[in-house]
Structure formats: C-alpha cells, structure tokens
Design a protein around this ligand. Structure first.
Ligand code: GUN
Length: 292
C-alpha cells in the first residue's frame, strides 16, 4: 500500500515554484502577486486564507489579503473585484467561498476577470477546461491530477468513481478524469445525493475520489481490493483532546480502508496541501501569461 503523500509532493512543488521566483528576482522581473478576498469571519475560511498567504511568503510571491465585513453588500464586493481586475500589480486573485447569503456567488465569480481567475471558477475557464483548452484548472482537482501524475498512478481505461458534484471539486474532477491524456482517459461515474446503491458502484471502482464532507462515509466494504482512494473530505469534528477543540476528518474510514487498497491519501496531509501548491502554480502561470 502506497500513501499518496500530499505534504511531501506539495513541498516539492513549492520548492520548484520558489526556484522560478528566485530566477525572476535575479533578472529583476516582477514576482507573482496573489490577492485573496475574504468576506466575513468564518473560522475555516480564515484558516485557509491564512495558509494561502503563508504559502505565498514561502515561495517569494507578493500577497494581499482583503478582508471585508460580514455585512458587505454585493455591490461593494463587485466594486472591490473591479478594482482588483484593474490593478496591474495583481496577477491573480481569489474570492474565498462560501460568501454570506446576501451575495450571489455566481454573479461574483463571473465578475472576476478570466485572466486573473486563478481558482478557475469563472464559467469561461470552466468551459475551457471541459474543452481541453489551456486555462486555470481549479486548485483541488489540479492537485489531485498532480498527485496521480507524480505517483504514476495508471488512470487509462480505469473506472473512476467521483462522490459529490460540487462546482469546486466533484464536477470538475469528473470532467478532468475523462479527458484525453494523462492523468485522464478514465471511464467516469459521478455520484451524488440522489445516487441509488452507491456501494454497488463504489465497489466496482478502480479509483475513488470522495468529495462529500461526511466523516468516515467510505467504509472498507464499499471498496474493492487494490483500489486507489483519494479523500478530499476536510470536516472539522469536535475533539476536546486537541488544543484548538477539533480535529480534521476525511470522508474515508482510513484505518480499515487502507488495509485493502493499493494507494490512499491521508487526511490531513493528502489533498489539502496540494490545493494550496496548485493555487501558487496557477498564480505563477498568471504572471507568465501577463508577461506574454
Ligand atoms: N472554499 C473552499 N475551497 C475553496 C477554494 O479552493 N477556493 C476558494 N476561493 N474558496 C474555497
């Protein structure tokens, strides 16, 4: 059994990105600049954005965190986005999700200029991804592809089952795994809350990508021997033995599932760190594209 070590691979990627940035600095070129907009005080979102800013520092990028109050109106947020679109110093930016309920998320994501949309959430970029055109691939799916690539996991002709159809992970993942090329060329089944007999489907899967957010959902009896398991779940479960009062739990019953599979991602230390590394990669791409 091989652990797909996202912590190690993401560190390798960050080192590669840092080497690129060092070259830019040596040539007196402008380094990539990522901005992150966060609206409100959601604890998990603040943690994620904090990690993104720290990752920028680590690789030598410039970063800007824009904090807006929970009562920000849609118009105020759209004005901020317009300002970031027009700020030539900023190569890419993200709007951390979820947004407060007074704000229409789709409208906001459509306002981000596609050339600065390093999350790959704009319909233009999502469409390009589906059409195999060069674009920003959403960071979590991009990270999963990179992990499969670096461990040379064979995906061609395999049956990939994706659990969950979110716009951020499940839906794009189902498209990417079925695309031509590597990693891809899979036969994909996208399952969701209306799927019947999910065990019957998962137990036929060569590769399972679970992005559901239900702790310990995927049990050993739902998985065939030697399957490849990618666990995207990062649910906070109350835990008084931890100083911060919670622990992070994946969708997979790791203890039992790991005994029968060929590859598996741990939580934490699997997909999570890859997401941040690939956001940096997209920001580097944005900088390079702005140069051209
Ligand atoms: N919320 C959960 N995941 C993500 C992500 O990848 N990007 C943004 N912007 N918000 C998120």
């Amino acid at each position: 059994m091989t652990i797909l070590d996202g912590k190690k691979v993401s560190n390798d990627i960050k080192n590669e990105i840092k080497a690129e940035v060092d070259k830019m600095k040596a040539n007196n070129e402008k380094v990539p600049h990522l901005a992150a907009v966060i609206v409100g005080n959601d604890g998990a979102s603040l943690t994620y954005v904090g990690s993104k800013v720290r990752a920028c520092e680590r690789v030598g990028f410039e970063s800007t965190m824009v904090r807006l109050s929970n009562t920000t109106s849609e118009v105020e947020l759209l004005d901020k986005i317009e300002e970031l679109n027009n700020n030539s110093d900023i190569d890419g930016f993200i709007i951390q999700l979820p947004l407060p309920e007074q704000i229409d998320t789709q409208k906001v994501l459509m306002a981000v200029h596609p050339d600065k949309d390093v999350d790959g959430f704009h319909p233009m970029n999502f469409g390009k991804m589906a059409l195999d055109m060069s674009t920003f691939i959403p960071a979590t799916p991009f990270g999963i592809l990179e992990l499969l690539d670096r461990y040379q996991v064979d995906t061609k002709g395999k049956h990939t089952v994706v659990i969950g159809r979110s716009h951020i992970v499940g839906r794009p993942m189902s498209i990417l795994m079925g695309r031509k090329g590597f990693p891809g060329n899979s036969t994909v089944t996208l399952t969701h809350s209306h799927t019947k007999n999910i065990t019957q489907i998962t137990s036929q899967a060569d590769i399972i990508i679970s992005a559901l957010g239900v702790p310990n959902f995927l049990k050993a009896e739902m998985v065939k021997d030697d399957a490849v398991i990618i666990d995207v779940g990062i649910t906070r479960v109350p835990d008084e033995t931890k100083e911060r009062g919670y622990r992070i739990t994946g969708d997979v019953d790791f203890e039992n599932v790991s005994k029968k599979v060929s590859h598996i991602t741990p939580v934490p230390g699997g997909v999570g760190p890859m997401t941040i590394a690939m956001l940096l990669k997209n920001t580097l791409l944005a900088r390079e594209r702005h140069n051209n």
